[in-house]
Design a protein around this ligand. Structure first.
Ligand code: ADP
Ligand code: MG
Length: 645
């Protein structure tokens, strides 16, 4: 029976006919939504060449009859609404009636479909919007839509497509969202014939989380439930040790649609406020169910932000559900791997990561007890005084200048002083002195530092060295980070494999389908750096070797994960910014791999760190400009003690 009708012009125009087809991932999204609207319980997506070559979406849904199939591909054909008034209470995902038509206009599309009651299926082929052929075919019940050569007739749009792997990763991300949104449907994604995602469709949200994020992350999750008037909250939230480095682990489903809401984000932040360090973000997959008329469904396809009838009610329901779930399941973490680290913005210097139970050294065996004794770590922002700072009200800090990263760090001298063989009081050097000049006049030789006497570690965070007539204070994290960064960069520039250090026992790490695709396409990046990685099972990587960096322990998993996350962004980047993304990636890898504040270092490790630091061209600042070394001349101490005036 025919169900499709053409929307009247006014209705069609009322619905902003934004660009539906922007890239392969948007095609997959529209097609899968159609399959869901058709009541499918199994949806299989196969892509080749990043989806640009081909994408096919196969479902076991209701199918279409011949008449419907024919008009489904013409503009504003939909079976889902008749007038603009219906837009308010929409239960289906698609409603604009333009997706199939838009897709068919810019690709070669084959549609094959059969309804359960008909004996034969129907197939049609369209190229660039023109019907090529159609007729009866044998077909299983349901619909398969094959889209080939996307944008073959619109070169301007073709040009904007990214690398295959980037487009494939975007598709995988879309599929990950569907898996979380619809645990009752079994989804499968094959990328170049390789299965990258497969969810059971058993209507269990935790199984869906497992399918996307892996066993470990699912293991951190505790059930959440609550209600407030017409609103119910359900889902899962990870205990604090399952927190991640960014918000990408926060999924919100409102009546089964993935959506963002600032009220919910605020509630999550508030509920986790005292449980997470700065820079860590809760992992949550939450469902809100409420009558559709209480949600402001935004009909614009790109806008994902939702508004509720009363944001405050939503906030309070989510907040209380989370807090009681977390309180109920609070306890000592059993195992503390490094969750995925945060990509830092390229413009703001990142806070120094501090050691926390969630950041145990990667080399620790998986069963290692968490370091619950680690002090509640605080992250320190550049420029923020650490609690060690000696406040000296008699010395006014220098006004901040362009390179004022040093101000406040050591109020006594108020400025960075290059480590140079000079007895000059530090204060005579202008704070805004260009870094290049500092480098020239003060190259620090390895021999110089080895003449220094290592006093030891202060607060398990700084290395103190007596060197000539000064006290050197070295931030162990910043120093190690700088060393690693320089070595990684040198390895990449040399384009020849650096010496590697084989791991006796390979380390495994869990990755998401999108990360896996990125890995497959960036294998070389990792091996150029000396990370020998190998896929293991469907959602893990084996780390077989590390670049031979130095003897100080490095956190390889965190480095690899941050690189994968960063490289995903390459797809969004213009070619001319790729270099800086790579550079930023190296820096972040170094940051994640480096020893942290509060890591205890053995004397040999301290020596090694200093030996590696000294020969660097610029050992004074980290790649983002935070100081690595500050010094206090003896004279300053003597003034403080009023030994000299
Ligand atoms: P919309 O989803 O906004 O209605 P589309 O262009 O995506 O518009 O689809 C047009 C129509 O084609 C849908 O309303 C639906 O009736 C039919 N259709 C599309 N895909 C399928 C499918 N996989 N199974 C059954 N019907 C489908
Ligand atoms: Mg649709």
């Amino acid at each position: 029976m025919s169900q499709i009708h053409i929307l009247d012009q006014q209705t069609a125009n009322s619905i902003a006919a934004g660009e539906v087809v922007e890239r392969p991932a948007s095609v997959v999204k529209e097609l899968v939504e159609n399959s869901l609207d058709a009541g499918a319980t199994t949806i299989s997506v196969e892509i080749t060449g990043g989806g640009i070559l081909s994408m096919s979406v196969n479902d076991n849904g209701a199918g279409m009859d011949e008449t419907d199939a024919r008009i489904a591909c013409s503009r504003h054909a939909t079976s889902k609404i008749r007038t603009i008034g219906d837009l308010d209470a929409i239960g289906t995902l698609g409603f604009r009636g333009e997706a199939l038509a838009s897709i068919a206009a810019v690709s070669k599309l084959t549609l094959r479909t059969r309804q359960p009651e008909s004996a034969m299926g129907f197939e049609l082929r369209i190229a660039g919007g023109e019907m090529i052929e159609s007729g009866s075919v044998g077909s299983p019940v349901g619909t398969t839509i094959l889209v080939e050569q996307l944008f073959y007739n619109t070169p301007a749009r073709f040009k904007f497509l990214k690398k295959d792997s980037s487009e494939a990763a975007a598709i995988a991300e879309i599929m990950e969202r569907f898996v979380l949104a619809r645990p009752d449907v079994s989804f499968r994604l094959l990328n170049n014939k390789q299965e990258v995602l497969h969810s059971p469709g058993n209507n269990d949200l935790l199984s869906a989380i497992y399918a996307v994020y892996g066993r470990q992350q699912a293991g951190y999750c505790v059930p959440v439930s609550g209600s407030n008037g017409p609103l119910t909250v359900s889902g899962y939230a990870a205990r604090p040790e399952g927190a991640r480095g960014n918000r990408s682990g926060q999924t919100l489903l409102v009546n089964s649609r993935i959506i963002r809401s600032s009220a919910v984000t605020a509630a999550i932040n508030e509920a986790y406020k005292t449980r997470l360090m700065k820079g860590r973000f809760a992992f949550t997959v939450l469902r809100l169910d409420l009558p559709p008329e209480l949600v402001d469904v935004n009909v614009h396809p790109q806008k994902l932000e939702v508004r509720f009838w009363k944001d405050q009610e939503v906030f309070s329901a989510v907040y209380h559900a989370l807090v009681s779930a977390l309180n109920e399941h609070a306890g000592v973490p059993e195992f503390a791997p490094d969750a995925s680290p945060a990509p830092k913005s390229a413009t703001t210097p990142a806070p120094i990561p501090a050691q926390s139970p969630a950041q145990a050294p990667a080399q620790a065996p998986p069963q290692a007890p968490a370091q619950v004794s680690a002090p509640a770590a605080q992250t320190r922002k550049p420029g923020e005084s650490g609690n060690y700072t000696l406040k000296d009200s008699t010395v006014a800090p220098e006004p901040a200048t362009g390179s004022s990263i040093f101000s406040d760090q050591w109020p006594v001298t108020s400025k960075p002083v290059p480590i140079a063989a000079t007895e000059e009081p530090a204060a005579s050097k202008p704070v805004a002195e260009p870094v290049t000049e500092i480098q020239h006049q003060s190259l620090l030789k390895a021999a110089d530092l080895s003449q220094g006497r290592i006093i030891g570690q202060l607060f398990s965070t700084y290395i103190l060295v007596e060197w000539q007539n000064e006290l050197l204070m070295i931030d162990q994290h910043a120093a190690h980070e700088k060393i690693l960064y320089e070595k990684l960069r040198a390895a990449l520039q040399a384009r020849k494999k650096p010496a590697v250090q084989l791991l006796l026992v390979p380390q495994t790490m869990t990755i998401t389908p999108a990360e896996k695709i990125i890995f497959e396409s960036e294998k070389e990046f990792f091996s150029d750096l000396g990370f020998e990685l190998e896929p293991f099972g469907s959602n893990s990587l084996l780390i077989r070797s590390l670049p031979e960096l130095d003897s100080t322990k490095i956190n390889a998993e965190a480095a690899v994960r941050t690189a994968l996350q960063n490289l995903q962004n390459v797809r969004r980047a213009a070619p001319e910014t790729i270099d800086s993304i790579i550079d930023e990636t190296l820096y972040q890898m170094a940051c994640k791999a480096a020893v942290k504040a509060h890591d205890k270092l053995a004397p040999a490790e301290i020596e090694r760190l200093l030996a590696d630091l000294a020969p660097l061209e610029n050992p004074y600042t980290c790649p983002h400009g935070r100081p690595v070394i500050i010094r206090m001349p003896r004279l300053e101490l003597e003034k403080k003690f009023k030994r000299v005036l």
